[in-house]
Design a protein around this ligand. Sequence first.
Ligand code: COA
Length: 320
Amino acid sequence: MTPVHPDPNPDPIDVSSWPDAATWSAILAPLHAPDHLTADLARRLGAAGLAERERVATAASGLAGLLVRPGEPLARTGEVAATLAAWRARWAHPDQLGHGVTPLAALALQLPAVLGEWRAWGIEAEIIDATCDDLGRQVHLHERVYGEAGCENFHWVANGIFLPMFVLGRLQWALEQSDATVAGYPPEVRQPGGAVLACHIPESGPLEVAAVDQSVALAAEFFPRVFGASPCYATCFSWLLNPLLISRLPGTNLAEFARRWTLCGDPVEATHDAVYFAFRVRPPYDVETLESRSRLHDLVMECARSDGWAARNGYFLLSD
Ligand SMILES: CC(C)(COP(=O)(O)OP(=O)(O)OC[C@H]1O[C@@H](n2cnc3c(N)ncnc32)[C@H](O)[C@@H]1OP(=O)(O)O)[C@@H](O)C(=O)NCCC(=O)NCCS
């Protein structure tokens, strides 16, 4: 398919005619962050000195041309993911603007062109809205973890903009090449270049069984329609696939979600991930000072004090 728009702006910003705070508010608005955080980030960006302006411009130009479009070979998702991982390493350190603000501003500058393409591909407004909600959720999360505006997870936001990754109902789905390094996937998943739908779980309310069923059905319809790809399998790598959730929290949404997946590959040590997702704290932390407010908290604390928590890979057949 021929691109319907030029690449997201390769020379996105002129540091000598820098946007003021009001203009930055408008630039950041499509990220769907809470208003008070957008205002705080816009104020910082509007007051940026020349060095920070140049950093934002450099970060933004590193993103030019990354958007994965319908009809492109699936291998490009892997290439773009690798480029974004290198870009993440480049921008990981906080600067004068704060934690993750420089790369977030760079992402926001790219967003209008990307949103234009999504619309031109026929993606419905509610899917675009829900996908942007997940971008803003990461900004909100930063405040919950660190108590201020920022975006530690700017890399996740970048994945959600440039890769074929959309929030479809309750879950977020990414069209990607299967990970051939995971042992135990069925042959269709393991074959080089095999397409899969990788499932991610946004923190957007309960994980009810019916909502998960509906999201699976939406994903199975969306990617063939928009991207012309028909993966047979859903895959997931998450702390939420730990089988302890099935044995220790029977009958819960978490147990029913974990039960969907056929596990494969080796357990992967993920205690810090479990503590982060359950308590929203980053290391260093003291398990004894975490406050349990649920059975999941109890379980995560128990594991953190003993053998740790394992994340797992899993898959299921989409047509089941
Ligand atoms: C996945 C998620 C939506 C499940 O929520 P849910 O549907 O409300 O979960 P359940 O109803 O099955 O909850 C079962 C128990 O675990 C608790 N629980 C569920 N998620 C919890 C969380 N994130 N933190 C603390 N406790 C949690 C519930 O309170 C309940 O315990 P209780 O009966 O003692 O109150 C929720 O855990 C979440 O938002 N997690 C963060 C996102 C995430 O981890 N993504 C995966 C990244 S790899």
